[in-house]
Design a protein around this ligand. Structure first.
Ligand SMILES: [Zn+2]
Length: 275
């Protein structure tokens, strides 16, 4: 079983306070319509054969792991609206039939988006406040109103025109030509993927938009993000290993997809498997 419900009272995964825990939707509601989803471990998602057992989560993927303040105030009120607005603008443009330029200039608040992404990935996993030496930098970043993204963190994003949601914490990817691993977290959902790396060794070069280039912008500051809609890596990048990489997953690595209805009615949600 993939554990998503923490105890009613416990340690908040962001601030560490022992208090009543609330349910956090990952990704947040507003980025998509939460429906019943099937959860499978990422290792099954990467196999060619479909998994025999699937776990159903009603109303999207949610974790009871955050206190009310971190969940409702910091994420829900302060940061999520900007992640939602960013993803909805991309979604609207991608779904439109107009001829698109390759680079979309999107007005967005990068610090707010990065905080939202980090916060929701922190929510993943029960009893996961302790994250090693990034515990305090992340807590200070999330709780402070003027904190900048910690230096050891980089965040990337790219278009993701696919239906499966991917959530990954505690993954180590090693490019065999580099010899040093990079620790990463991942949140992928239509229409955007986010990759978070920690202490990324220099030789790694991810050729997608680095959101953390705007790490020095103030909270609530708006910039123009050049989002290249033609730069779409493979659907399973970077979670699937290829010739030169080894990848190791911790327990918090799942794939979720909308539960297929056996008798699909005409108003059943469309599933976008390809662009
Ligand atoms: Zn908290």
């Amino acid at each position: 079983m993939i554990k998503t419900r923490g105890p009613k009272k416990g340690e908040c995964n962001i601030c560490g306070n022992f208090t009543d825990l609330t349910e956090d939707h990952t990704p947040p509601k507003g980025c998509y319509k939460p429906r019943a989803v099937e959860l499978i471990p990422i290792t099954d998602h990467l196999r060619a054969e479909p998994p025999k057992k699937k776990q159903i989560s009603q109303n999207g993927v949610k974790y009871r792991t955050l206190c009310g303040h971190c969940n409702n105030n910091i994420l829900g009120q302060e940061c999520d609206p900007d992640l939602i607005s960013f993803t909805n603008s991309i979604s609207t443009i991608l779904k439109s039939s107009i001829n698109l330029p390759p680079i979309l200039n999107i007005e967005a608040k990068p610090q707010n988006i990065m905080k939202s992404v980090i916060g929701h990935l922190c929510a993943q996993g029960v009893g996961r406040y302790q994250k090693g030496n990034i515990t305090l930098p992340i807590k200070n970043y999330m709780l402070g109103s003027e904190e900048l993204l910690p230096e050891e963190i980089k965040i990337y994003c790219w278009p993701y025109p696919y239906s499966k949601n991917i959530l990954v914490r505690d993954c180590a990817l090693m490019d065999l030509t580099i010899h040093e691993p990079v620790i990463l977290w991942l949140m992928k959902f239509f229409p955007v993927s986010f990759l978070v790396t920690f202490n990324e060794p220099d030789p790694y070069k991810f050729s997608v938009l680095e959101l953390s280039r705007w790490r020095n912008t103030k909270f609530n500051e708006t910039v123009t993000l050049p989002f290249n809609i033609n730069n779409v890596p493979h659907q399973y990048w970077p979670e699937a290993p290829h010739d030169n990489t080894i990848i190791l997953y911790g327990q918090e690595a799942i794939s979720s997809s909308e539960k297929r209805l056996t008798n699909r009615s005409s108003n059943a949600p469309a599933v976008l498997d390809s662009f």
